[in-house]
Design a protein around this ligand. Sequence first.
Ligand code: MG
Length: 404
Amino acid sequence: MKSITIRDIRVFVTAPHGNNLVVVKVETSEPELYGLGCATFTWRYKAVVTAIEEYLCPMLKGRSVHDIEDIWQSMMGSSYWRNGPVLNNALSGVDEALWDIKGKLAGMPVYSLFGGKAREGIAVYRHADGNSPQEVEERIYAFMEEGYRFIRCHMGTYGGNFDGSIQKMTHPDNAPSGAYYSTRAYMQSVVKLFDRIRTDIGWNLEIMHDIHERLSLADTLAFVKELEQFKPFFIEDALAPEQVQYFKVLRNQTAVPLAMGELFTHPLEWKTVVQNQWIDFIRCHLSDVGGLTPARKIAAFCEAFQVRTAWHGPNDLSPVGMAAQMHLDLNSPNFGIQEFAGFNEAEQEVFPGCPVVRGGYAYLSDKPGIGVDFDENAAKKYPPIDMDFGWMFSRLEDGTAVRP
Ligand code: MG
């Protein structure tokens, strides 16, 4: 095998969709050969850029591009302390770029390197949100028109009501500003929404919901049991990663399929819930666990326990990262569903070769490697932006700060 080495690693930040995306480009000793990876931790992107430019790039220059496993293991151990979202994202950018390079060298799409397709298209789900059940239903009908059959349904985004839009809340004197919500009003609003969807639209539609780890353990159990009558495809993030042992209680008391994992960054977080079969869907954010190399192993581990994949697919994920996980979706026998936020025109301009969706299924470009390119000049038109952190400062009705 011809010796090919890493010549340079460059990092770009661009915001064509209103989120700062971190794109890693690994350039090689072959002038035309490079790979792209996603290192997007949009809320701390400068820290990721520093980790790559100041630590990984000097360490990896001159290394062979062929030995992805060795490079991943070396990167993971190189800071001694490990497994956090900043460092995992830095690893992911390099890791996915090396898989991209390997595919280009082989003349194959990455899924083919993994062993080929287990299916022809990737079923995706969209988000329907609105300020009233009617608005949510209008969004659902619009998605159904486009051929989508899986819809995540929310009203007033996470928690159901920012600052009392659904039910007027009473805060104590001098309560700070924030994204307030009432757990009781939130739970009632979702039950009403699901009831209305099943009454108006019927049962020929898969619906899901994201609790976003916003409830107490007792409320979570009561809420999930109440939603069971509407037969959701899954309920997401019922608990915080720090409380995963309580999935045992949920599993024992409800038949609702449970999806968990976008906040996971450490193997102990997913090993326990998977090997005990307390969840039904694993939905890690690929760059937050370190890229394709660890994600392939997570998928295989889950397969052994009949846990299906539903990788995290929000807007704060570059099209390179979305396509990378879609290669895994195509290959994994235990693929379940792929979250998908859509690509706007600016993203498609910056990232030629974005996956396309027809009839509720996503398809990859089938070019060698990950199959998505990066137009550096187009990206300059969408420089990094100051993002709105407001929704993260969540508070309960009495002003107590809670996780977003
Ligand atoms: Mg979620």
